[in-house]
Every structure is written in structure tokens, then in C-alpha cells.
Design a protein around this ligand. Structure first.
Ligand SMILES: C[C@@]1(CC(=O)O)C2=NC(=C\c3[nH]c(c(CCC(=O)O)c3CC(=O)O)Cc3[nH]c(c(CC(=O)O)c3CCC(=O)O)/C=C3\N/C(=C\2)[C@@H](CCC(=O)O)[C@]3(C)CC(=O)O)/[C@H]1CCC(=O)O
Ligand SMILES: NC(=O)c1ccc[n+]([C@@H]2O[C@H](COP(=O)([O-])OP(=O)(O)OC[C@H]3O[C@@H](n4cnc5c(N)ncnc54)[C@H](O)[C@@H]3O)[C@@H](O)[C@H]2O)c1
Length: 231
């Protein structure tokens, strides 16, 4: 089936998560990372889920699922191994016209979850359409090795430069070639090398004065340690 790919803005939006096992804990972590509010419905929690359930933004309901739990949710995820329960969750979500993922049960899903690499604002999402989650995982691992932490700084610089340039009010047709000159320049190599002076040099050559790291409120290497730990 040709799934429609999209990136959801879940910040401040309610998501219903059913189940309290290790898989639910993993889903809870990624939902909170995306800024969602989570209603967690489960009669029992593993230690990891219990810890995350104590965080801000989580409404823990310690009992079995009831169809009314879907009320107000923008998205539903069911992470239990009980087939009847999963079906009840899927039916309730469908009736409420809310997208639902039943982990590992494609026929009950109205959306499926890709394997993901994040580097600051870069998101690489891999889906095989459900053909092979193992292949999706291997692809993700390959991308993780290929796209390093420098992408976080690189995109932060590009965003800041783009905002400053577009705020100057020139026609988009004039700005456009500059954006391509920038992404086709040595900028990425300089960022990767942690060469701040080199970055400034490239920015000056392409965009003129006013676009140094300092002038853009940017610096290098902020996310490197974190990304190395998470890689
Ligand atoms: C990407 C990832 C995201 C995540 O789950 O967060 C994800 N599965 C991951 C891993 C993984 N899952 C499974 C294995 C064992 C090897 C294998 O079976 O291949 C491995 C690998 C491992 O663990 O080593 C078992 C499995 N998964 C599904 C079925 C049922 C079926 O295929 O019918 C079965 C058999 C269950 C059984 O045996 O009973 C179904 C789905 N799994 C999906 C997503 C959706 C399609 C994704 C796509 O487009 O390809 C879909 C359709 C629905 C959904 O769950 O959204 C995550 C990788 C995270 C990462 O490492 O980056
Ligand atoms: N995609 C993946 O990577 C992956 C990996 C492992 C397992 N899985 C699948 O994900 C599912 C969950 O795995 P798990 O290891 O977290 O399972 P688990 O058995 O540890 O967790 C099931 C959870 O469901 C809860 N539950 C039971 N009855 C309930 C009810 N009536 N209402 C609400 N919650 C209820 C339980 O309290 C428990 O916390 C399984 O179906 C498994 O096949 C997927």
C-alpha cells in the first residue's frame, strides 16, 4: 500500500497510549520527545514505563482500556500483546476518526511507524511499507553512521542564515540561488571540521557581510557529545 509520508506536530496535543510494557515505554519516550501530552492507559507498568509516566505531560490511568479513553486524542498507539484488546482500541480509534498504530499488527493500523535517525532538525525516516522491519532497521543504522552530529549545527546555521536573508525582503528568485550556493559550498566540510573561522569565510563569500556565526547567534559542536552518546 502506498502510505502517505508526513511529519506530525504533536506538541501540546493529546496522544492515547495503551499498554505499559517495554514497547509502550519506547513509544512514550518518543512521544514526549515530540512534545506530545500522553494519556497512558494500562493496569500494570514495567519499571521503564513507570519512570517515564512520572514526567510532566503524562496522564497515567492505571486500569484496563475503555473506548472512552480515545476522547480528545489526536493519535492512538496500542502497544499490547492482547489481540482482542488491540482490536477494541483500533475500533474505538477508527470510530473517532483518529489515526491508530497497533504495534506490529499492520492490518489494525491506519498509520505505521518508520525507523528514524535525528540530527537536530534533520529527520531521516525509513519505511519499507511493512515489507521488512529488519531491513528498515539496518537501513537506519547505515544512515546513522553516514549522517553525523554535524548535521545539527549545519542545519541550525542554514536556518538562521535563511531567516536573516529572507527578512531582508529581496524577491525569492534572488535568494534561491544563494541557498543553493550555500548548500553546494564547503560549508558542511567546515562545520564537520569544527572550523568556525572557515565557516565564517564561506558565509562571507556566499552571502556577504552580516552572516558570521556570531552575527547569526550560532556556534559549533553543541550537539556533538549528545549525538555521540545516542548514536
Ligand atoms: C521501524 C520500527 C519502528 C518502531 O517499531 O518503532 C518498526 N519495527 C521495528 C523493528 C522490528 N519489528 C519487528 C522486528 C523483528 C524482525 C522482523 O520481523 O522483520 C524488528 C527488528 C528488530 O527488532 O530487530 C517485528 C515486526 N514488526 C512488524 C511485524 C508484523 C508484520 O510484519 O506483519 C513484526 C513481526 C512480529 C512477529 O513476529 O509476530 C510490523 C511493523 N513494524 C514497523 C516498525 C512497521 C513497519 C515499518 C516499515 O515500514 O518497515 C509495522 C508494519 C507496524 C508498526 O509497528 O508500526 C522498528 C525499527 C526501529 C529501529 O531499529 O530503527
Ligand atoms: N516493534 C518492535 O520493535 C517490537 C518489539 C517487541 C515487541 N513488540 C510487540 O509489541 C507488543 C507489546 O510488547 P511488550 O514487550 O511491551 O509487551 P508486554 O506484554 O510487556 O506489555 C503489554 C502491556 O499491556 C498492558 N495491558 C494488558 N491488558 C491491558 C488492558 N486491558 N488495557 C491496557 N493495557 C493493558 C499490560 O499491563 C502490559 O503493560 C507485543 O505485541 C509485541 O509483539 C514490538
Amino acid at each position: 500500500m502506498p502510505f502517505y509520508p508526513a511529519l506530525l506536530d504533536l506538541s501540546g496535543r493529546l496522544v492515547l497510549l495503551v499498554g505499559g510494557g517495554r514497547v509502550a515505554a519506547r513509544k512514550l519516550a518518543s512521544l514526549l520527545e515530540a512534545g506530545a501530552r500522553v494519556r497512558l492507559v494500562t493496569p500494570a507498568l514495567c519499571q521503564e514505563a513507570r519512570e517515564l509516566a512520572g514526567l510532566e505531560g503524562v496522564e497515567l490511568i492505571e486500569r484496563g482500556f475503555e473506548p472512552g479513553d480515545v476522547e480528545g486524542a489526536w493519535l492512538v498507539i496500542s502497544a499490547t500483546d492482547d489481540e482482542d484488546l488491540n482490536r477494541s482500541v483500533a475500533v474505538a480509534a477508527e470510530a473517532a476518526r483518529v489515526f491508530v498504530n497497533v504495534v506490529d499488527v499492520p492490518p489494525m493500523c491506519s498509520f505505521i511507524v518508520p525507523a528514524v535517525v535525528r540530527r537536530g532538525e534533520l529527520t531521516l525516516a525509513v519505511s519499507t511499507g511493512g515489507a521488512s522491519p529488519a531491513a528498515a532497521r539496518r537501513l537506519r543504522q547505515g544512515l546513522q553512521a553516514q549522517f553525523g552530529p554535524e548535521w545539527a549545527d549545519y542545519l541550525a546555521i542554514l536556518r538562521a542564515a535563511r531567516q536573516k536573508l529572507t527578512a531582508q525582503g529581496r524577491p525569492a528568485a534572488e535568494n534561491r540561488p544563494l541557498f543553493y550556493q550555500l548548500v553546494d559550498s564547503q560549508l558542511m566540510e567546515r562545520v564537520r571540521a569544527g572550523d568556525a573561522a572557515g565557516v565564517d569565510e564561506v558565509m562571507r563569500a556566499v552571502l556577504g557581510p552580516g552572516f558570521t556565526l556570531k552575527e547569526l547567534g550560532q556556534s559549533l559542536g553543541r550537539d556533538a557529545a549528545r549525538e555521540r552518546e545516542g548514536a
